[in-house]
Design a protein around this ligand. Structure first.
Ligand SMILES: Nc1ncnc2c1ncn2[C@@H]1O[C@H](COP(=O)(O)OP(=O)(O)O)[C@@H](O)[C@H]1O
Ligand SMILES: [Mg+2]
Length: 262
């Protein structure tokens, strides 16, 4: 029986036979604004609830910003930090705080995460690196080697990890192919404007040892609540809607038919 960790988002657990296998190193991928950070916050919040040691590395926004974002979903990271269940490593703000990461170097990252794990203590642990891409933006060729290093070293510390890989807005490609090749799983978020509305989606592209869903699902983010998974995207009206000119012709024909009706 495989031990699975709930992701904290019931709808995503549902796509994964209950959750992510313990010890896995999972890539969370997608363009900006598609819900990667929100998903990671839920994953850590669930860890805190279950008594896991939790470490959140943030490179795109300050630790305080993560705490505030969580608060909007009624997740209290402040008391999780105060009670020693969560450590946020801030690689964004700079400064010389003990849990600040001065340089975006993979060696420094590993050292700091291990220090954090020692501080939190023995036992099952969760790690978020949001994002990993930040560590090789200026040297994408190193992505794979660095990813391998991080997975290998941190695997020894009982972490189940989410590593965020950012995709460019223009090309929807990763900044250097690394994490995806090394990862035990890939959870792909995306977004699209349909009928003038921004929609978000999630697709499990890979999860070893798991009979995962192969369907893309709608993702909603609700104030006070956070991420909720909706219906499979394929059954949505927007996917069966006909192209503009075709539907106009159908409509004209329908009106004609109605006009002629006795
Ligand atoms: N309190 C909230 N209520 C509703 N939606 C929110 C709230 N907070 C954030 N969001 C949504 O989440 C989006 C940010 O998602 P995020 O996970 O940070 O994206 P990224 O993939 O770049 O990490 C925002 O653009 C907004 O649409
Ligand atoms: Mg983010």
């Amino acid at each position: 029986m495989i031990e699975r960790l709930s992701t904290g988002v019931a709808g995503i657990d549902g796509l994964l036979e209950g959750g992510v296998p313990r010890g896995f190193f999972v890539a969370v991928t997608g363009e900006p604004g598609c819900g990667k950070t929100v998903f990671c916050i839920h994953f850590v919040a669930r860890g805190v609830e279950e008594g896991d040691r939790c470490v959140y590395v943030t490179t795109e926004e300050a630790a305080e910003s993560i705490v505030r974002q969580a608060q909007l979903f009624n997740i209290d990271f402040r008391s999780a930090i105060d009670s020693g269940r969560l450590l946020i490593i801030d690689a964004f703000s700079g400064g010389s705080d003990r849990w600040a990461l001065g340089r975006l170097e993979v060696e420094d990252l590993l050292e700091k995460v291990i220090e954090a794990k020692k501080e939190l203590g023995y036992g099952r642990a969760r790690l978020v690196i949001d994002s990993m891409s930040a560590f090789w933006l200026d040297r994408p060729a190193m992505a794979r080697r660095y990813s391998y290093m991080v997975k290998k070293v941190l695997g020894k510390w009982d972490f189940t990890a989410l590593a965020v890989s950012q995709y460019a807005i223009t090309t929807s490609e990763a900044f250097g192919f690394g994490i995806e090749h090394v990862a035990d799983g890939i959870i792909r978020f995306r977004r699209a404007v349909r009928g003038g509305v921004l929609r978000r989606y999630v697709l499990v592209e890979k999860m070893r040892q798991t009979n995962h869903s192969l369907m893309m699902h709608l993702v909603e983010i609700h104030p006070g609540k956070g991420m909720v998974i909706g219906q499979p995207a394929g059954v949505g009206r927007e996917d069966v809607a006909l192209p503009g000119e075709v539907s106009r012709r159908v409509l004209r024909a329908k009106r004609r038919a109605e006009g002629e009706a006795p």
